[in-house]
Design a protein. Structure first.
Length: 181
């Protein structure tokens, strides 16, 4: 009979160990769950704050004193961007090119793209730029870079000579400061 009690005690001890291990796992998972909830709450608050800021912004109250895009071409000035690094107009992080502006006003990835295109001996494609700016040559990265290239063309920083072939903007030469559209 003594061995039956010993067996029950051994099983009880093993069950107690499993319960304690499960409680420790539960405590660790509770900490992870609380951290995930806090992260979710921070993101919710950030999204709501951005929505409030954007809702308060109107075309009559731009983020900078001069909305250069609404001025006639002859009156456009670079003073809104002079000496600015990564200048943002509202939610416009890639400004329209203006005489006197350099790539230093662009966000880093756009600045890198402009520099790669400027250093290229001829027209370049998005898939050639991606590895030169430190990204893996994956379809998603190439498409994202192509979208950035198109945005840079739209904003006057680059030209697209043929579909998918990008070059520095022709009007950016020093002797053509008034060849603006």
């Amino acid at each position: 009979m003594g061995s039956l009690f010993e067996e029950l005690e051994a099983r009880e001890t093993a069950a107690r160990v499993r319960v304690e291990e499960s409680e420790a796992e539960l405590a660790a998972m509770s900490v992870k769950l609380e951290q995930a909830r806090e992260g979710l709450e921070r993101l919710r608050i950030a999204r709501e704050t951005v929505a409030e800021v954007l809702a308060e912004m109107t075309p009559q109250t731009p983020a900078v004193p001069v909305d250069t895009e609404r001025l006639p071409a002859g009156e456009r000035v670079a003073s809104a961007y002079a000496g600015a690094e990564r200048q943002v107009i509202g939610v416009l992080s890639v400004p329209y090119w203006q005489p006197g502006m350099g790539p230093d006003v662009l966000p880093a990835v756009y600045r890198d793209i402009v520099e790669v295109v400027a250093d290229a001996p001829g027209s370049v494609r998005a898939k050639q730029i991606v590895p030169r700016i430190g990204l893996p040559a994956e379809t998603g990265k190439i498409e994202g870079t192509r979208a950035k290239l198109k945005r840079l063309v739209e904003r006057g920083w680059l030209d697209e000579d043929a579909p998918g072939l990008f070059t520095p903007a022709g009007r950016r030469t020093t002797d053509s400061s008034n060849s603006h559209d």
